[in-house]
Design a protein around this ligand. Structure first.
Ligand code: 26W
Length: 837
């Protein structure tokens, strides 16, 4: 290998820290082992050592954490509140060791103690409190807000069960609950003293105060208590530490007494656990809004507790609400927390007696809403009847907000157009009446943002077209980003070390500095080192896959990676069609000099999503046939890595050569895996969808592989019904053979019809996601990828240029833009000479 520091980075040969520091950490570890865990060093397990190390690391963060809070109080700073049903944090040990500057010290100290650092960090349970993109974005944005020293709070739910663990049995997904809090959680402080009552059901009554003012009051029903748990988030170099405050549900005392006094002990306890079940489990579905009452309850539960906390904090230093929007910014992560709009109105109008218009101006100045999906089935609407029963006062408030909004529309319009009013309304009157949460969030916010430029354009032209006409300045774009600390510095130490050796380490907080690599793209030695790094990462992934799946892979092959939730719109199936196409070519001696490939797929399907689960099964059946075929298996392999999560992503992404971002144009709001993979030196094969478009603009058209119908053509085909999948099926012999092989049991001999539903969905049921329309172009594009990979130097050059030009996609840039354009807060951690957002 060309460079020693590369070996160092992977094999723990960084220069040892001073002996005194090692001895000090040893002492602190033993101290925690004994005094926090009640164990002696003899017989302590890797888990014990993990806990001791995590506690010792936490100790280094606590002072800064308290300082950060004090600073915000003494400056009366404007605070940013990020309300999200999901925070997909993953593991925290590495991130916090890195932030506190103790990663190498920990590594050396444990080695000195004959302990296995890798095994110890694997003991940390995964904080999988999210489904996928939306939840991981929340975690990246929190980290960047902290790095930029914004006084920020995340607010969400402390689920007992986060995302399920995915097991594969007989090639099929099986979901298993994961009790991630089994051994407690070192990174969270439980706050049994911080409890907020949350009401459900009940009724609304008229009130009259001593001045004769009439009002409304929500009373009765049942109360659940929300208990706070504070997760620490460290920014880069630990200058600031913020918290994510997550709520768990506890049965209320009042509730206990009422029921216990009736003498029905067993039922009282049973009902108590019913209230507490509110925060038990994350809904593992990010594809459809299933309209379950428990989900609505979860949404109101965390919104109500969070707003009470926010208002309490504000009132502890202010006497009235006039400055509220100047001191508080609340970002709604999709519509899941949209009930915050009527809840704040209720607090201001019913509890604090503000006039309606004044309260409304405060709300509007405080809230902003981020949309993450255009798929109609994923847009939240709630039946009016359900809301009336669970949140009667909120429904009244929503009706009034809607009424005033529509009155305003009518007043501004020259003619009253009933159809337009129907489309703008917060109540969908077609069929069972339902509340449109996106309209509520939109009207209640001063800014509404999309998460990539194309997505924002499509919002303006599509689902929000009418609202956009009414509020032409409200919709803005905030392209997503990823934190370079986790997704490059920590996940890919060899590449980080190589980069730092050439341009220094400022890039870690100023990702645009990676442009300093541009001249090195042509440098033969640098190219060689860059390849060596990729090779090391591929070898590490091979070891990981061998250990987990008992499968030996060849790191020489092209690693072709698609990792994300399994969803028809993301088109994992199109990837599989390509794999089978290659397989048939190899079998028939038509593959030419195509380079050997290892196709790696990972992702979870929603438990009730039949097609997505069938696609997982197909992947396994195809893999079984292909991988066992001695005629081809040195040139083509297909691997499904089970239980994809943040930590698994950290293993896979640094090893990828090719990044599959192949959603039907117009369906993927942004994507963030696309950014992680490109930042780690994978080239993208993708459609002109979501942030792929902007990645293409940054890295240059010649350094990305675009294919497929652009959004206008795709939409046209889908909307005017002119897509004729049968014609593609009959007209393309290669496609025909692939579909026949699937449909006739070529991968499921025991059950030839197993995949009929998949083939029929393409050929007979309209091919909603246009796989057949994009197939030929996808295959041709993959052929170009294959040829490009054969030219090693050219490929490496392209990969380096990708890395060098990814600065725009740092979540620091994203956050700086939110801060300036939406929240109106300064970003002290964002130096003026950094890349401007
Ligand atoms: C109500 C069921 C439900 C739950 C979650 C529907 C939809 C969702 C999310 C909005 C889905 C999601 O995670 N969207 C993803 O958000 C990422 C961050 O902005 C984007 O990068 C992805 O393109 C988008 O699919």
């Amino acid at each position: 290998m060309a460079d020693d520091s590369l070996r160092t980075a992977l094999h723990d040969e960084s220069p040892a820290p001073p002996r005194a520091d090692i001895d000090d950490l040893k002492r602190r570890l033993h101290d925690h082992l004994r005094h926090s865990l009640g164990k002696g060093p003899v017989g302590s397990t890797n888990l014990d050592w993990y806990l001791a190390l995590a506690l010792a690391t936490r100790d280094l963060m606590v002072e800064t954490w308290m300082d950060s809070t004090r600073r915000a109080y003494s400056n009366d700073a404007k605070r940013v509140y990020y309300l999200s049903m999901e925070f997909l944090v993953g593991r925290s040990l590495d991130a916090n060791l890195l932030a506190t500057g103790s990663l190498d010290l920990a590594r050396h100290t444990l080695a000195d103690m004959d302990l296995d650092f890798e095994a110890i960090r694997e003991c940390e349970p995964e904080a999988a409190l999210g489904n996928g993109g939306l939840g991981r974005l929340a975690a990246c944005l929190m980290e960047s807000m902290t790095t930029l020293s914004i006084p920020a709070f995340g607010y969400g739910i402390y689920y007992d069960y986060g995302m399920f663990s995915q097991y594969i049995e007989d090639g099929q997904q099986v979901e298993m609950p994961e009790r991630w809090l089994r051994y407690g959680n070192v990174w969270a402080f439980d706050r049994p003293d911080v409890i907020m009552p949350v009401r459900f059901h009940g009724h609304v009554e008229d009130t009259r105060d001593q001045h004769g003012h009439v009002g409304r009051r929500w009373a009765g029903g049942e109360e659940v208590l929300a208990e706070a748990h504070d997760l620490m988030v460290a920014g880069h170099e630990c200058w600031t530490v913020n918290s994510i405050r997550l709520w768990s549900a506890q049965a209320s005392r009042e509730f206990d007494l009422r029921h216990f006094n009736q003498g029905d002990y067993i039922n009282a306890v049973a009902e108590q656990s019913f209230s507490e079940s509110l925060s038990h489990v994350l809904y593992p579905d990010d594809s459809t809004s299933m309209g379950k009452a428990l989900r609505l309850k979860q949404e109101y539960f965390f919104v109500a507790a969070s707003l009470r906390d926010i208002v309490r904090r504000f009132l502890s230093t202010h006497d009235d609400f006039t400055t509220f929007p100047r001191k508080v910014a609340i970002q709604l992560n999709d519509t899941h927390p949209a009930l915050a709009v009527p809840e704040l109105m209720r607090i201001l109008v019913d509890e604090h007696r503000l006039g309606w218009d004044e309260a409304w101006a405060i709300c509007n100045g405080t809230f902003a809403y981020t949309n993450h999906t255009l798929l109609p089935e994923a847009l939240e609407t709630w039946p009016v009847g359900l809301m009336e029963n669970m949140l009667p006062r909120h429904l009244e408030i929503i009706y009034r907000i809607n009424h005033q909004f529509l009155e305003g529309v009518r007043a501004r319009a020259k003619e009253v157009d009933d159809d337009r009013v129907r489309r703008l309304s917060m109540i969908d009157e077609g069929g069972e009446r339902r509340v449109r949460m996106s309209h509520l969030a939109f009207v209640g916010s001063h800014r509404v943002n999309g998460v990539a430029a194309l997505h924002t354009d499509l919002m303006r032209a599509g689902i929000f077209a009418e609202l956009h006409r009414e509020f032409p300045d409200r919709i803005v774009n905030k392209t997503n980003g990823i934190t370079p600390r986790r997704w490059l510095r920590s996940a890919n130490r060899p590449l980080s070390a190589l980069i730092t050796r050439h341009i220094g380490d400022r890039w870690v907080a100023h990702l645009d500095d990676l442009r300093g690599l541009l001249p090195l793209a042509e440098d033969a030695t640098f190219q060689e080192d860059f390849r060596a790094v990729k090779r090391l990462n591929k070898e590490a992934l091979c070891r990981y896959i061998d250990a987990r799946l008992g499968m030996e892979l060849d790191p020489e092959t092209l690693f072709d990676v698609q990792v994300k939730r399994i969803h028809e719109y993301k088109r994992q199936l199109l990837n599989v069609l390509h794999v089978i196409t290659l397989y048939l070519r190899l079998k028939e001696g038509r593959a030419g000099d195509a380079p050997p490939r290892t196709v790696i797929i990972a992702g979870k399907a929603a438990p009730a999503y039949y097609m997505a689960k069938l696609i997982i099964r197909l992947i396994h059946d195809v893999a079984r046939v292909i991988n066992a075929d001695p005629a081809t298996n040195d040139r083509l392999r297909l691997v499904f890595i089970p239980d994809y999560n943040v930590s698994v992503a950290e293993h896979i992404i640094p090893a990828a050569d090719l990044s599959e971002q192949i959603s039907t144009a117009g369906t993927e709001a942004s994507g963030t895996g696309n950014m992680k993979l490109a930042l780690n030196g994978a080239l993208t094969i993708g459609t002109r969808d979501g942030a792929n478009v902007e990645i293409g603009e940054e890295v240059g058209e010649e350094n990305i592989f675009f294919f497929g119908l652009p959004v206008e053509k795709a939409e046209h085909l889908r909307n005017n019904g002119s897509h004729d999948p049968w014609q593609y099926y009959t007209g393309d012999p290669e496609l025909h053979a692939v579909l026949d092989m699937i449909g006739q049991g070529g991968f499921s001999h025991a059950e030839p019809d197993r995949y009929r539903p998949i083939v029929d969905s393409l050929t007979r049921h309209g091919d909603h996601y246009l796989l057949l329309a994009d197939y030929a172009d996808y295959i041709a594009c993959q052929d170009r990828v294959g040829r490009a990979y054969l030219d090693t130097d050219a490929w490496t050059r392209m990969a380096i240029l990708n890395v060098a030009r990814m600065g725009k996609f740092s979540s620091d840039v994203t956050v700086a833009d939110y801060a300036a354009d939406i929240w109106g807060v300064p970003t002290p951690g964002w130096t003026a000479d950094a890349a401007s957002p």
